[in-house]
Write a protein that binds this ligand. Structure first.
Ligand code: SF4
Ligand code: SF4
Length: 207
């Protein structure tokens, strides 16, 4: 579950000139991302409504987390690792992934989903929960392929797009189509830029 992102006004900057390029990049890859929709200025904004979906995301998805996220969970909740991670023989399971831990599940859903469908560890929740239902991918619009740029190139491409002067690769902000929360007012350009920036930071910079 994700809280709606606060918005900031960036005077004088618009992304209008970049929109054609974003849409063209999306046209290259949309079939590969059938479960997602492109989020643009004007797309209905996201408001988490767990009662509409009986907290679909907290039921359906296993959540991975890394060392820093586990440390934040410990700091925010006071729980030891063994109290919030999936265990094997009493120790946290570690998968061969950059985010090796698994958040504990119980009763077919995340252990921390409350009876009123709220998150009971909200301030400590993992980045995947902070991100969802948004996601950023980079598309090389010369080749039409999804790409994983270096951190420096990704940041340069993001900043260029946020300034309305896109480079390649083009960052695309996507929303998971199964989430029913895209029912808010149309995203203003400044709100869209903030959402793209925050989603990018969580996903690529782990902030
Ligand atoms: S699926 Fe969407 S609306 Fe439902 S709880 Fe998750 S984020 Fe909120
Ligand atoms: S930590 Fe909170 S937001 Fe994340 S899956 Fe569990 S209940 Fe849902």
């Amino acid at each position: 579950m994700r809280r709606i992102v606060s918005t900031h006004y960036h005077p004088g900057v618009t992304v209008d000139a970049a929109l054609d390029r974003i849409v063209a990049a999306w046209d290259h890859v949309r079939e590969r991302f059938g479960a997602y929709s492109l989020v643009l200025p004007g797309t209905p904004s996201f408001i988490c409504q767990p009662n509409l979906c009986t907290a679909h995301c907290c039921n359906a998805f296993s959540v991975n987390l890394g060392e820093a996220e586990a440390a934040r969970m410990t700091r925010e909740t006071g729980m030891a690792l063994v109290q919030f991670l999936e265990l094997e023989d009493g120790d946290p399971i570690t998968l061969p992934l950059a985010q090796p831990f698994l958040l504990a599940r119980e009763g077919g859903h995340c252990r921390f989903l409350g009876p009123e469908l709220g998150c009971t560890v909200y301030t400590g929740r993992p980045n995947a929960c902070r991100l969802y239902p948004h996601f950023v991918v980079f598309v090389d619009d010369a080749t039409g392929k999804v790409t994983t740029p270096s951190p420096g190139d990704a940041r340069r491409a993001l900043n260029a797009l946020l300034a309305g002067q896109p480079l390649s690769p083009v960052p695309l902000l996507l929303g998971h189509a199964e989430c029913p929360g895209f029912t808010g007012n149309p995203l203003a350009g400044a709100s869209w830029r903030t959402l793209l920036e925050v989603t990018y930071q969580l996903q690529y910079e782990g902030l």
